[in-house]
Design a binder for this molecule. Sequence first.
Ligand code: ZN
Length: 189
Amino acid sequence: MALRDIITIGHPTLRKKARKVTMFGPALRQLIDDMIETMRVAPGVGLAAPQVNISQRVIVVELPADEETGTPAELYAFVNPEIVKTSREIEENQEGCLSVPGYVGEVPRPTMAVIRGQDGDGKPQRVRAYDYLARVFQHEIDHLNGVLFIDRVTDPAKIHKITPEEAENATGEMAEALVLMDGEAVLMA
Ligand code: ZN
């Protein structure tokens, strides 16, 4: 496994529509392994291939374990993921992005999403995600279409820079890929 560099806003790859994966093999598995490692080190809760300058439809998502409820970490790797169903219910919540460092914003998203795609071997897979997990999947699939969370913010006033003070206060939570701001968990993906 190897760490890959995460590109940031201004890089053209982030705005391209990523290509569908048609070749399944060692190179793809290597990419997925590298993306998982890069996401964990960042740390983040999700990563899309365009963020490591690979314009292909691959995402990884990992929610940290919840020690309180004993829920183990959930890791997903999806190739050619598609959202096939979403809830009518929309919720606005804070998001950040590893490719838009230093900023967070309030983003409205459906609270449930069904994602269909393939695993690293090309086998079909499907997941029904709720709440936070549904949000991360939607954020990552947006990356495959050249869309960033800042495009989905309904009001520019709902984007703001993380202040050095907030960043400092958040350090402990960053270890779990979460920034705590105003008592709210912010996803970095
Ligand atoms: Zn992102």
